[in-house]
Design a binder for this molecule. Sequence first.
Ligand SMILES: NC(=O)c1ccc[n+]([C@@H]2O[C@H](COP(=O)([O-])OP(=O)(O)OC[C@H]3O[C@@H](n4cnc5c(N)ncnc54)[C@H](O)[C@@H]3O)[C@@H](O)[C@H]2O)c1
Length: 328
Amino acid sequence: MSNIRTAVVGLNMGLDHAHAYKMAERSELAWVVDLDESKAARVAEQLGCRYATDWTAILDDVDAVSLCTPHHLHAPQALTAIAAGKHVLLEKPLANSERDCLDVIEAAERNGVTLMLAFVVRYLPAIRKLKEAIDSGRYGVPISAQGWVEAFLEPMPGTWFASKEKLGGGVLFSHGCHYIDILLYLLGEPARVSHFGTRVGTDWMEGEGTSHGIIEFKSGALAHLISSWGLKYKKTPARYQIHLTEGMLQLNNDMWTVEAVTKDGTETLYQRPPEYPARPGQNVLFEIEHFLDCIATGNRPETDGREILKSHRTIWAMYGSPGVPVRL
Ligand SMILES: NC(=O)c1ccc[n+]([C@@H]2O[C@H](COP(=O)([O-])OP(=O)(O)OC[C@H]3O[C@@H](n4cnc5c(N)ncnc54)[C@H](O)[C@@H]3O)[C@@H](O)[C@H]2O)c1
């Protein structure tokens, strides 16, 4: 198969996709698109491709498109690209409602195109190592997982981030979705969930800016995830700590280092190797290569629509179940 002609729509997060397509051997980055023409022109010049402001006008000239646009545009844009027979790498989340998610999934299945969700964290080598370590049984059985997704966003009142409808919820849906997906990937099927969210410290947002979610898995293991866009001052312990009967596995905040604590002390299981330097596009290169590989082979992407719908449904269940409140 000749190189896959690619385009990226939306050049904030999409800038990383564009860099990764430029690096990936199977891809020829043909177009970058943004409503902001000067941004699109700048990126096109930097990466040696063409630019446009109307993404529908360049669809005929590409095989695959990354959609890196605000959440409320995901479903309509994905449906347009799929109807044109294009393979789609869609930034997270899939869409803001279950119905819209299913419409996109079914359209991709009907049209025989690859639909992959850009769940970048799934494809990071350290996450693979964490899963391998848990699945090996060497550390026993998972008991309790904690995750911290602590960030501070400068207030953006009036933008799509501030709108609950356009964002699809609050920080849990928008940013926490990566980390709920990883908890399901690592610990299996959820059985029960509960959730509290608050707008304290993030009252520019309509949805919750800080979220505490709990999952009980079918295995009996428990997980607690804190996600926030309102925490200015922090000393976050790790991204995840997973306690098992014979050890504790930790993914550091750098998202590259995995450590195991056991009776023998602390062992580093994975560290960033020199072949993956810190450079624009490196983190998304793993998912972009998987996307291109699935297009070339016809294989199902690991994070296809149906897989990602599982973690979206978990979040919607959390939103529908604000803890089991006991009034004090
Ligand atoms: N995986 C991650 O770690 C990560 C991080 C940040 C954002 N994202 C995701 O990336 C997507 C975009 O988020 P963002 O933070 O970059 O948003 P943003 O609002 O900062 O940037 C969106 C860009 O898309 C452009 N745009 C909007 N509508 C367009 C259209 N119809 N045609 C062409 N360009 C259009 C805007 O001009 C802007 O440059 C979201 O789905 C978000 O969740 C993922």
